[in-house]
Design a protein around this ligand. Structure first.
Ligand code: GLU
Length: 423
C-alpha cells in the first residue's frame, strides 16, 4: 500500500485530521507499506510555514512518522502546469476567460467505489465543467491532488467524508490524465460532539496541540482516536499501538458519524496514567514542568490523576508550599479548628514510627480523643499542609512531606489561626 496524509497547512492539526493521519499510518505500518506526507498548500494565502511547523510537531508528538516527504504541492507547480497544458492540448480541458476548465460529459455518471460506503454514483448532469487552473495558470486543488496521487503512485486515499464530493472530480481528472487505474478510496465518518452536532471548538480541545497542553498522553490520544469510527469488537477499548497496527482494517470502519467525547478521553487517559511506571510518569512530568525531583510527588498522586495537568494542583504541595486557598481556609479553619490542629501537631511530633501506618494511628487517636468526625481533624491538617481541601490521602500526604516539613507547615497555619486570616 502507498498512502498519503495530505493536510492543508491553513491551521493547526485538528482531531479529525489527526484521526485521518493515524488511520493512514496504521494501514501503512500494518501492511509494510509507505506513508507520504504531502502538504496541500494550493491556498497560498492561508498556508503558512508556521502552520506547517505546527502540523509536523503535532504528528511528532503523536509519534506518527512518515516515509516520504514532506512534499509541498507548491514545489510541484511546474508539474501541475505541465499536466494542465497537456489536458488542454489533448482536448480534455479548455480556457474560459483565462481559467482552465475540465470537460465533464453531459450524460452518464462517475462512480466512486468507496471501501467503507460501497459504490456511489455521481450524475454528470449535476457537475459543471470545473476549474482546474486559475487565470494566472496556478493549479486548483482537485487538479493538484489528482496529479500528485498519480505521480506518487498512491494506491489508497483515506480521508474525511467531507472530501467525498471532490472524489468524482478527481476521478475525472485522473481519467483524463491517462488510463492507469485510480487509487482505492475510503472516506472516514464525520466527527460529532456528544450533542450530535458537527465537532467544533465548543466541544472542548480541538487541536492536537491543545490536547497535549491539556495533559493528555500521546498513547492515550492514539488509542482514543483509533476508536473514532473504528472498533475491533464490541468490547475492547484499550489497544496498545502495536495491537492497533496489527488489528486495524478499513472493513471495520463505520459509516455513521463518530462521537468525540472529551470526558471519555479523560477517563481513558487516567487509566493510561495509572498503569504507567512511576519513574516514567515522573520523567514526563519533569519534562513538562522543566524541573527535576518530582518522583515522590508522583507516587502520592498517580492514582488520582486523569491528565498530566492534574498533577500540579494535586501534588504541587509536595514540591513546594502552595498559596492557601482563602475559601478552603474560611470553610475549614472555624470553631475549634486551631485546637484540633494543635493536638494533631503534638501527636505527630511525638510519633515514633513516622510512616503511613504510624501517622494513621496517631491521627485516629486524635479523632477518638476528641470524639469528633475524622474530617474535623483531617481537613484543617490538609489545608495546613497543602493549602486546599483536596489532596491525595491525608496519611500519605503527611508522610511524603516528612516530619520536619509537616510540622513547620502546621506551625505556620497555627500562627495564622492566632492572627485570623491567611496571609
Ligand atoms: N488537504 C485536504 C485537507 O486537509 C485533504 C485532501 C485529501 O486527503 O485528499 O482536508
Amino acid at each position: 500500500m502507498r498512502l498519503r496524509f495530505a493536510p492543508s497547512p491553513t491551521g493547526a492539526l485538528h482531531i479529525g485530521g489527526a484521526r485521518t493521519a493515524l488511520y493512514n499510518w496504521l494501514l501503512a505500518r500494518g501492511s509494510g507499506g509507505t506513508l507520504v506526507l504531502r502538504l496541500e498548500d494550493t491556498d497560498r494565502e492561508r498556508s503558512t510555514p508556521e502552520n506547517v511547523e505546527q502540523i509536523v510537531e503535532a504528528l511528532g508528538w503523536l509519534e506518527l512518522d512518515w516515509d516520504e516527504g514532506p512534499v509541498s504541492q507548491s514545489e510541484r507547480s511546474d508539474r501541475h502546469r505541465a499536466e494542465i497544458a497537456r489536458l488542454v492540448e489533448e482536448g480534455h480541458a479548455y480556457e474560459d476567460e483565462g481559467a482552465v476548465r475540465l470537460r465533464v460529459p453531459d450524460a452518464g455518471s462517475t462512480t466512486v467505489r468507496d471501501e467503507i460506503r460501497g459504490e456511489i454514483a455521481f450524475e454528470h448532469a449535476a457537475i459543471t465543467d470545473f476549474v482546474i487552473a486559475r487565470s494566472d495558470g496556478s493549479p486548483l486543488y482537485n487538479l493538484a491532488v489528482a496529479v500528485d496521487d498519480r505521480d506518487m503512485g498512491i494506491t489508497h486515499v483515506v480521508r474525511g467524508e467531507d472530501h467525498l464530493s471532490n472524489t468524482p472530480r478527481q476521478l475525472m481528472v485522473l481519467r483524463a490524465l491517462g488510463d492507469e487505474p485510480p487509487p482505492d478510496y475510503a472516506h472516514l465518518p464525520l466527527l460529532h460532539g456528544p450533542d450530535g452536532k458537527k465537532l467544533s471548538k465548543r466541544h472542548g480541545a480541538a487541536s492536537v496541540e491543545e490536547l497535549r497542553d491539556a495533559g493528555y498522553l500521546p498513547e492515550a490520544v492514539r488509542n482514543y482516536l483509533a476508536l473514532l469510527g473504528w472498533g475491533y469488537d464490541a468490547e475492547t477499548t484499550f489497544f496498545t499501538t502495536d495491537e492497533l497496527v496489527e488489528r486495524f482494517s478499513l472493513d471495520r470502519v463505520s459509516r455513521s458519524p463518530a462521537v468525540f467525547d472529551e470526558q471519555k478521553l479523560r477517563w481513558m487517559n487516567g487509566r493510561y496514567l495509572r498503569e504507567m511506571q512511576p519513574a516514567e510518569l515522573a520523567r514526563r512530568l519533569e519534562e513538562r514542568h522543566g524541573r527535576a525531583g518530582l518522583r515522590a510527588a508522583v507516587e502520592v498522586s498517580q492514582e488520582k490523576l486523569q491528565t498530566l495537568a492534574d498533577f500540579w494542583p494535586t501534588a504541587g504541595f509536595v514540591v513546594e508550599r502552595q498559596p492557601t486557598d482563602p475559601r478552603a481556609w474560611a470553610k475549614v479553619m472555624t470553631g475549634g479548628a486551631g485546637d484540633r490542629l494543635r493536638l494533631t501537631r503534638d501527636a505527630l511530633a511525638a510519633l515514633e514510627r513516622f510512616d503511613v501506618g504510624g501517622v494513621e494511628s496517631a491521627l485516629r487517636g486524635v479523632v477518638d480523643e476528641l470524639g469528633v468526625k475524622p474530617k474535623e481533624v483531617f481537613q484543617p491538617l490538609r489545608v495546613a499542609l497543602t493549602g486546599g481541601t483536596v489532596s491525595p490521602g491525608i496519611f500519605e500526604s503527611v508522610v511524603v512531606l516528612g516530619r520536619e516539613e509537616a510540622l513547620s507547615r502546621i506551625d505556620a497555619a497555627l500562627e495564622r489561626v492566632g492572627g485570623g486570616a491567611p496571609s
